[in-house]
Design a protein around this ligand. Structure first.
Ligand SMILES: [Cu+2]
Length: 76
C-alpha cells in the first residue's frame, strides 16, 4: 500500500540520465537506484538515456538524483 496516496498501485517515474556510455554504466545506474528504499525496479536505456523507476511509493527526485550522482552520472 502506498504511503502517500493510500492506493495499492505502484508509481512509475521516468527520468533522464546524462553520461551513460556503455552497458556497464547502465548497470551501475540501475544498481544505485535499486538500492533506494521503496524502489521495486529500475531500468536504464543506453540509447535514450531514459531511466524508468518503479516504486511502492512516490520517491523524491532529489533521492534519485543523489543515487545517480553517487554512481558517477547526472540526472537531467
Ligand atoms: Cu560505461
Amino acid at each position: 500500500m502506498c504511503e502517500c496516496c493510500g492506493g495499492s498501485a505502484t508509481h512509475t517515474e521516468v527520468y533522464s540520465v546524462k553520461g551513460m556510455t556503455c552497458h556497464h554504466c547502465v548497470m551501475r545506474v540501475e544498481k544505485a537506484v535499486k538500492s533506494l528504499p521503496g524502489v521495486k525496479d529500475a531500468k536504464a536505456d543506453l540509447n535514450t538515456g531514459k531511466l524508468t523507476v518503479t516504486s511502492s511509493h512516490r520517491l523524491s527526485r532529489d533521492d534519485i538524483a543523489k543515487a545517480v550522482e553517487e554512481a558517477g552520472y547526472e540526472l537531467v
